[in-house]
Design a protein around this ligand. Structure first.
Ligand code: SAM
Length: 254
């Protein structure tokens, strides 16, 4: 038996129709290996093993890992007892491209997305269930309140799609909030002429002081002459810039 652990974000889905709908949302047609984050008691895994030959499960909870090993005695997947955030993905997947699926632990979903962005060269597609509010942040357009760091960075590299909402009632224990299932499909790996570390630094610094105009929030990381020569853009607040506007801003510093 697996007793749910709050600190690991364990809310187990028990609705099989929803599990199937999530697995069917992956467009990957066995072209790439699939990595499931946090299989728990395996409700998504039940369907993943039917669809994918090359499957990796990364689960931090030793009790869930023992449960899965007993549930599936046949070697149908590579089950790794590890923290996804600390795992060396390139070594685990032998530098192959792979897709990610999961009902994510909500307490670390933002960190998971930053790790996905760091490894985007290897990750063409992601289907996952997250807190509805985080899903909305990822899709937010500029000019809205929920638009932020993740919206800018994910939209620059992935086509984002909100697939459906999932109610609290289909989990045990019940979460306090609704969930959303989303799909990300990578449309580019890199942006020519852009230093991604610089982009990340500018986006994070700007949104960490989101009420300030860029002239004030970025004055320590962008030379004064560039700010003076481009006053119009530096008079704006970060939520007024689209993801591509941030790219143009980084280009100004070249
Ligand atoms: N997939 C199962 C389901 O849909 O019922 C469980 C989902 S539950 C919301 C999140 C799962 O992620 C749990 O099994 C939890 O133990 C696991 N988990 C939490 N933190 C993790 C981490 N850092 N690395 C890998 N797995 C993690």
């Amino acid at each position: 038996m697996v007793i749910s652990k709050k600190h690991l974000g364990q809310h187990f889905l028990f609705d099989k129709n929803i599990a199937l709908k999530i697995v069917n949302s992956l467009k990957n047609n066995n072209k790439y290996p699939v990595l499931e984050i946090g299989p728990g008691k395996g409700i998504l895994t039940d369907y993943l093993i039917k669809c994918f030959d090359d499957l990796y499960l990364i689960e931090i909870d030793t009790e869930s890992v023992s449960f899965l090993n007993e549930k599936y005695p046949e070697n149908l997947f590579n089950l790794i007892n590890a923290d996804f955030l600390k795992l060396d993905l390139q070594e685990t997947l032998k530098n192959n491209e792979f897709c990610i699926i999961g009902n994510l632990p909500y307490n670390i979903s933002s960190q998971i997305f930053f790790k996905i962005l760091d490894n985007k060269k290897y990750i063409p597609e992601v289907v996952c269930m997250i807190q509805k509010e985080v899903a909305e942040r990822i899709f937010s357009k500029h000019g809205t309140k929920s638009y932020g760091i993740l919206s800018v960075l994910i939209q620059l590299f992935y086509k984002t799609e909100y697939l459906f909402t999932v109610n609290e009632t289909v989990f045990t224990p019940r979460p306090k909030v609704k969930s959303g299932v989303i799909r990300l499909e990578r449309y580019r790996n890199t942006i020519p002429g852009i230093d991604e570390k610089e982009l990340l630094g500018i986006v994070k610094t700007a949104f960490n002081q989101r009420r300030k105009v860029l002239r004030n929030s970025l004055k320590n990381i962008i030379p004064e002459d560039i700010i003076t020569e481009n006053q119009a853009v530096f008079k704006l607040r970060p939520e007024q810039l689209s993801p591509e506007d941030f790219v143009d801003l980084v280009r100004l510093t070249k």
